[in-house]
Design a protein around this ligand. Structure first.
Ligand SMILES: [Zn+2]
Length: 330
């Protein structure tokens, strides 16, 4: 996957220069796209050691009361309110812990958190800490579905390879999805985890009917993707995005290739796809692309399987393209 330098505001949220006419009571008014922007820098204040620990040392820090010994993680107090405001000192805590409660899962996040979705938002009590740390939780087993991470599930802190000194620099995955060495390793990086380990659902041997269903669905998918490629609005939905998607269905297999505003579909077997979609019934995918129901819904409802949780974003983009085509037709 090509790495794209991120901006504070994602390019897709920046409107194009332009203008249009709005008519109110038969009077024409010119409306011009303009901007008002303020960027700012934010100090992490007394939280700085905690965030620097994450950014530079791949450590999770807490604060320990010198009197009662309670360890709070994150270290949100410099003095203990339970001990007549005795000072606390910074201590390192473990990177394995247990979920305090069952995390709710966010599939449709707002623009700020969109590229993290789907994610579970949970509270984890790390070894050596007495309070819970709020973290995002993920799975390496495909899409994050309810039941994978629950109250009491043992999880491991994982550090993103690129860290900025924010809580989103870390996340947790269940320890049972990791090797013992990974669980034991301090400062485990996201790139050191096997994100390709999801087990694909098996497809049965195709019958003549399955092959016919595939041929029909593929024909429709091909024509809708051609239309997407001709629709400026849909092309914008995948600006700066590059993905090779392997699509497996009972009756046959094909590839969807997204390349910076361009989308193609070809009847070929990709050997190194960015991710895999398994659609037992290819009509489910054809329906989604044709704007008859959302593809994201089909993923959540498990009618479509995708090999990587983070690729929900790509599925979301495909839904947007379907919508863009539908709107342009009006
Ligand atoms: Zn205390």
């Amino acid at each position: 996957m090509a790495k794209i330098k991120e901006k504070v505001i994602a390019p897709e949220y920046i409107p194009d220069k332009g203008s249009h006419v709005l008519t109110i009571d038969k009077q024409k008014y010119l409306i011009v796209n303009d901007a008002m922007y303020t960027f700012y820098q934010r100090s992490k204040g007394e939280f700085s050691p905690f965030f620097l620990g994450i950014r530079d040392d791949k450590k999770i820090l807490g604060c320990k009361c010198v009197k009662c010994g309670l360890v709070r993680c994150p270290p949100f107090l410099t003095h203990c309110p339970d001990c007549d405001f005795a000072p606390t000192k910074i201590v390192e805590v473990g990177q394995v812990g247990k979920m305090l409660s069952t995390p709710p899962i966010t599939y449709f996040a707002n623009s700020l958190f969109l590229k993290m979705a789907p994610y579970g938002r949970g509270r984890v009590v790390l070894q050596g800490a007495d309070t819970a740390l709020s973290v995002n939780v993920y799975t390496t087993t495909g899409i994050l579905a309810p039941g994978i991470i629950k109250k009491g599930t043992e999880v491991k802190v994982v550090f993103r390879d690129e860290r900025n000194g924010e809580i989103s620099d870390i996340f947790c995955v269940p320890t049972k999805e990791l090797t013992r060495a990974q669980v034991a390793k301090k400062g485990l990086l996201s790139s050191q985890i096997n994100w390709e380990g999801a087990v694909e659902p098996a497809l049965k041997k195709p019958s003549a009917a399955d092959k016919a269903a595939y041929a029909k669905a593929f024909k429709e998918i091909k024509s809708i993707i051609k239309l997407m490629n001709q629709t400026e609005r849909a092309r914008k939905d995948i600006a700066g995005w590059k993905r090779d998607i392997k699509v497996k269905t009972t009756g046959g297999e094909f590839a969807i290739v997204i390349n910076n505003g361009d989308i193609r579909v070809e009847e070929k077997k990709l050997t190194k796809p960015d991710f895999v979609v398994v659609a037992k019934d290819p009509k489910v995918l054809a329906d989604g692309l044709a704007y008859r129901g959302a593809i994201t819904d089909s993923v959540i409802m498990k009618r479509l399987w995708i090999s990587k949780n983070m690729e929900f974003t790509t599925i979301f983009k495909l839904d947007r393209m379907a919508r863009s085509v539908a709107r342009s037709r009006k």
